[in-house]
Design a protein around this ligand. Structure first.
Ligand SMILES: Cc1cn([C@H]2C[C@H](O)[C@@H](COP(=O)(O)OP(=O)(O)OP(=O)(O)O)O2)c(=O)[nH]c1=O
Length: 200
């Protein structure tokens, strides 16, 4: 029976797996998250998800019964990757650039076991209403944006910024649950309703 390890420090990803009744153990291994020159956003998030999962498996000593899940989320505006804001100035700049228009959120999920890898990228479209300077300031003061790609959390206070979204809500929060459940099943890890289809 395969055991699932989560190569993520994100509390959102742990909560999302718990939401579909998938038990996991955290196994974080840090990697360099710098984009390669001219690397397209979808390629970047998939590479990072795979690298996080591979680093997690290495840290486990390549345990034969281990499956490691890595994920990465980026907010993408006109092809430009918006990561986490370093400070208020960067957060303000990001939110003003997202104000009154739509952007993509790309989340990659990767599963890595010994001799086996699988990954997928899910892209969602999110639209923001026009944002005001005062609320951007108040939002930063709330502490919510600092550890989130694009400087917002759709699941939190920033819900009031979103006037439309198309795609996978759970992917925007950090993990596309429909796709993740299917991939886990293929690696021998069942969620609440799917029988596992195979082992590692
Ligand atoms: C757009 C958006 C992002 N996010 C979060 C999800 C991710 O945690 C974070 C993007 O950063 P990531 O680098 O994908 O993840 P992380 O550093 O938090 O965790 P780890 O690399 O250890 O797995 O932004 C939200 O919580 N809500 C949102 O609406």
């Amino acid at each position: 029976m395969a055991e699932l390890f989560l190569a993520s420090a994100s509390p959102r990803r742990r909560e999302l797996l718990a939401q579909i009744a998938v038990p996991c153990v955290t196994q974080i291994a840090s990697i360099d998250e710098t984009p390669l020159p001219a690397e397209p956003a979808a390629v970047y998030v998939e590479r990072l998800a795979l690298e996080k999962a591979r680093a997690g498996l290495r840290a486990l000593g390549e345990r034969a019964d281990a499956v490691v899940l890595g994920a990465d989320t980026a907010v993408v505006l006109d092809g430009r990757i918006l990561g986490k804001p370093a400070d208020f100035a960067e957060s303000r700049e990001m939110l003003l650039s997202l104000s009154g228009r739509s952007h993509q959120v790309m989340t990659a999920v990767a599963l890595v076991g010994t001799g086996r890898e699988s990954s997928r990228v899910v892209t969602s479209e999110v639209s923001f209403r026009t944002l005001g300077e005062a609320e951007i300031e108040a939002y930063w003061a709330s502490g919510e944006p600092c550890d989130k790609a694009g400087s917002y959390g759709i699941q939190g206070l920033a819900a009031v910024f979103v006037n439309h979204m198309q795609g996978s809500y759970s992917a925007v929060v950090g993990l596309p649950l429909c796709e993740t459940a299917e991939m886990l099943g293929q690696f021998g890890i069942a969620c609440w309703q799917l029988p596992a289809q195979g082992g590692v």
